[in-house]
Write a protein that binds this ligand. Structure first.
Ligand code: NAD
Length: 434
């Protein structure tokens, strides 16, 4: 999938013309490459008043190969601990990091408290204020630098480490301007070869998710419709996984998947509900077929499969994690997509409803909401909306399937145990519904 404008403005002539005309100049994003050193410049960890995580975060970054030097001339990573800010006067401390921000090309991560855990109205307002700060800073960051926010609930040390490692890495290249809450989940030790089931794995984002989960040691059960035949087999071969031909909307699909996972694999450690379809048309032209087919694949199937997997003895391994593919169009609404947006917003409701009951069983459910991703689906869009979709994000470009897959791979990790009921946008800070 190509972005001809993005490629042109990276040539010397394109760069010159774009800067003269004030046109967008999408930066080249640095993505994960196995064994490549990311910590090319040092990281700095700055604690604002009342900070508590500076030593922990510095230690985790050092263990990850970073040099941690607060006064380095150039920084690849900047972590700010704002968890202790309680008064409006305290917020002024944010100004003290501006010189460090200016020297950072890479990742900025702000760590803050969960406002709902604070009783004092001013303290709560101040911590909520950090949200606006982060979102605005993300819009000002240059050169592919991302700025994200992690809110740490009481007792969430393990999940905080996992979040720091993700947001300070190349794996989060297209996650920008996003908040996430990490809670105190206790990770269940991983099995030697954990098992992940991915629906819609024959192509696009699902195939990329299979790649990432295989890279992180999973046996991937690649699930897709029978018509996906050779494409599905090719993905399964590539990831040394297995295939399961299954129409997720079939009456028998929940039982078939649950039995397969229980009998062949002693349960799944990760289930990714990725299969999805669109039938775009304006609301007045939506007929029952266009409505029902989209709702059946995108929402009813995940609801039914999840219910069966939770009920079926042995279908899930201890500590299993569900990830659902929502969409920013579900969060923001999209012209011509009443059916699709309804289904994708519905998935947000599903993970929110599942969060607590699943946490009680040591399980978790989260959603990833991709923005404009370069896939055959977006390549088929008319040129003007397609170009607009790419450029209305802070990173001024579409993401790649691998960007979504990296986020799913992180949420699937055992040490992200305290992340539950969350929706993570992977959208380059698209303005849609932001
Ligand atoms: P895609 O069309 O390339 O792939 C979807 C896969 O799902 C296909 O392999 C298809 O065969 C499979 N599938 C469809 N119906 C099925 C069924 N009934 N049973 C089993 N498998 C079925 O889509 P994609 O672009 O890779 O998107 C993957 C997911 O991400 C979807 O849920 C989509 O809504 C979501 N998403 C995509 C984008 C984007 O820009 N591409 C943006 C936001 C959200």
């Amino acid at each position: 999938m190509s972005d001809p404008y993005g490629a042109f403005v990276r040539t010397p002539a394109g760069k010159f013309l774009a800067s003269r005309a004030g046109l967008p100049r999408p930066p080249r994003l640095r993505r994960y490459v196995a064994d490549e050193e990311w910590a090319f410049d040092p990281a700095a960890v700055l604690g604002l008043r009342g900070a508590v995580w500076v030593d922990d975060v510095s230690g985790w970054l050092r263990e990850g190969g970073f040099a941690v030097e607060r006064d380095a001339e150039r920084l690849s990573t900047l972590v700010l601990d704002a968890t202790g800010l309680r008064s409006v006067t305290d917020l002024g401390e944010l100004l003290t990091v501006s010189a460090s921000f200016r020297r950072t090309r890479g990742r900025v991560l702000v760590v803050a408290a969960v406002p709902g855990e604070l009783d004092d109205p001013e303290a709560r307002a101040v911590q909520q204020g950090v949200d606006g700060f982060v979102r605005s800073l993300a819009k000002e960051a240059r050169g592919g630098t991302t700025v994200n926010l992690v809110r740490v609930a009481a007792g969430a040390r393990t999940s905080l480490r996992s979040a720091v490692e993700f947001f300070c890495s190349t794996r989060s290249a297209f996650v920008d301007g996003q908040p996430i809450v990490v809670g105190p989940g206790v990770p269940v030790p991983s099995r030697e070869r954990p098992v992940a089931a991915v629906t819609g794995a024959a192509q696009g984002i699902g195939a990329a998710i299979a790649d990432v989960l295989a890279r992180t040691g999973h046996h991937v059960v690649c699930v897709d419709i029978a018509a996906s035949g050779e494409k599905l087999a090719a993905v399964a071969n590539r990831v040394k996984g297995s295939t399961l031909h299954l129409d997720v909307t079939a009456e028998t699909a929940p039982r078939t998947l649950a039995t397969h996972l229980a009998d062949r694999f002693d349960g799944a450690d990760v289930v990714v509900h990725n299969a999805g379809i669109t039938r775009d048309r304006s609301f007045v032209n939506v007929d029952e077929e266009a409505w029902n087919s989209v709702l059946a694949v995108n929402l009813l199937a995940p609801v039914r499969l999840t219910t069966e997997l939770l009920d079926h003895p042995g279908a899930l391994a201890p500590g299993a994690r569900f990830v659902y593919l929502s969409s920013i169009n579900g969060l923001a609404g999209a012209k011509g997509q009443t059916n699709y947006a309804t289904s994708k917003a519905g998935l947000v409701g599903l993970v929110q409803a599942l969060a607590e009951p699943l946490a009680q069983r040591g399980l978790a459910a989260n959603a990833v909401a991709p923005g404009f991703i370069e896939t055959p689906m977006t390549a088929a869009m008319p040129p003007v909306p397609r170009e607009l979709g790419r450029r209305i994000a802070s990173l001024q470009q579409g993401g790649l399937p691998i960007d979504v897959a990296e986020a799913v791979g992180w949420l699937a990790q055992r040490d992200a145990a305290g992340i539950d009921g969350q929706v993570l946008r992977v959208c380059g800070q698209s303005l849609l519904g932001a």
